[in-house]
Each structure stands twice: as C-alpha cells, then as structure tokens.
Design a protein around this ligand. Sequence first.
Ligand code: SF4
Length: 324
Amino acid sequence: MSRIFSGIQPSGELHIGNYLGAVKNWVELQRSYESFFCVVDYHAITVPYDPDDLRTRRREMLVSLLASGLDPSVATIFVQSMVPEHTELAWIFNTVTPLGELERQTQFKDKASRQESIPAGLLNYPVLQAADILLYRADLVPVGEDQVQHLELSREIARRWNARFGEGFFAEPQAKLTPSRRIMGLDGNAKMSKSMGNTVGLLEEPASIWAKLRPAVTDPARVRKTDPGTPEVCNVYHLHRAFSPPDVVKHVETQCRTAGWGCIDCKKVLFENVNAELTPIRARAAEVRARPELVDEVAGDGAATAQRVAGATMREVKERMGLA
Ligand code: SF4
C-alpha cells in the first residue's frame, strides 16, 4: 500500500476552506493509503504567537480532524513536536539545501515582506517540510496548487541528500493534487483565511453561518433579480459544487443564467446543503470534546506509531552519514 503524508497548521477549529481544500480529501484517502496526518505545530511558531493560544489551537485542530472523519484506527494522526525526529532530520537537510533555493520560495518572500525582523525559521520552513515528508518516506503528498513549489524543493533536497549519502534512499515524493476546490472568502476577494476574517468555521452554529452567507458577495452582474448571472464567477456557486448534490448544482447553473431566482434563493439552498454536511460533524465534535482523554490518546498513539517509522529512517540516515 502506498504511503501518504500531509500536514496542517494548528489554526484551531477548521474552517470550510481548509476542510474542503485538504481534510475532506484526507478522509477519502485514509482507507486507500497508509496515511500519516500531522498537526505541524513547529511550522506555526515561525510567526509571532501566544503559547497558551497555540496549545488551544493544537487541541482544537485535533478535535476538528476527528470530527471531520479522520479515523485513528486506519490513519496515524499526530502532532509534529511530539516526534523529535522531524527537527533532527530538518537540521541534516539544512546542510544540503542551497540558500538560494530557499530565498526563491514564493511563500517566504510573501511572509517575509510582512515582517520587520525575519526569523531564520521562516526561511528554513520548507526544509522542515521536506523532513516531515521524507521522514516517513512517503510516496505521495496530497497538496493544493499553492504547495507544489515546496514539494518540488522537498524532491530537490531528497536528490541532493541521496547524491551524497545513499542513491535511491529517499524516494522523491509525488504530488497528489487535491481536486481543485479553491474556496474564496465570503467577501469574494481573497482565499478563505482566518487572518482575513472571511471564514465560515466548520463547527459554527447554523444561525451564525447564515448571518455570514446571507451578505456573501456573488456575481456583480446580478444587480437586479432579473439580471442573468454567470455562476462560474460566483463563490456561492463554487460552494454549491462542494456541498450540494450534482442535480442541485445543475439547477443552480440554470437558475442563475436565466435569472430564474435571486441570489438569496440560491444561498438558502446552499445553506441547507451546508447544514446537511456540517450537522453530523458538529455532533461528532461535541462527542470528542466530551471525552478529552480521547484526544490525548489519539495524539499519544499517533506519535508512538509515527516515531517507530521516523526512528527507523533516522537510524539509517545517521548510519549513512557517519553519525552512528
Ligand atoms: S444565483 Fe447563485 S450562483 Fe448565481 S450569482 Fe447569485 S448566488 Fe451566485
């Protein structure tokens, strides 16, 4: 069985953007692949943060992952900082990674431009990411388009390390592109992101979801109810594609193009389908929260399984590098 690895930042409760863009896909993949899903808290400390807040966000992310349907009986779900081999291998990879490659990374340039003092960890972030993946010698990495550049760097790091210490030891991981579900923020202007304040939480109550959905930006051509629209330019349509059954999506297309209904009618139907998917997830989250020991158990068991694999990789890496 091929092995997959994927990580997610401990941003607290998932929002529907990262649920649709990553986690829903993981739930579908977990039974077809040997799966390692990691809450990457070491990545989260490359920008300013509050320690108590991080602890809470890490736990809330585990709750969201379990509520979304990740099953610890088939997938290894763990927290990065509980497996020290991640940083150990990252240091080793730092010694074979060219500085220029790191400086060229778009995400580094983007994040660094927003900080007065740039920590080295922000630059070396993709090296840790390479260690995350290669530690488990993963064959495939489910990623969105925006992560492909980082994955290419992981492949480059694998090649460079292999060339010096063990041809073919690290297989170059391949991207398993997540079906394109780029969900914009409800303001219609940017990717859905907590920092932009334009998200819908996965565990949010229905009344609060509707309060956000009702005023959400749609096709600007639909000024009056009688103006026909173009569903493809509307984020509400893309949310329908993610949450509504195919016959409803077809109906939305027709109604929009023919001005058969207004945007509020369209949003009401979307709201029903969002609720149909999120209600059981909210219920599962309540069950998980009622048993706090379950989260600790999942994280502990996941870390133990991950460490068995990571430890075996590190033993061979050190052997080949003259460190053991
Ligand atoms: S009818 Fe629906 S798909 Fe068309 S613009 Fe309005 S909200 Fe968007």
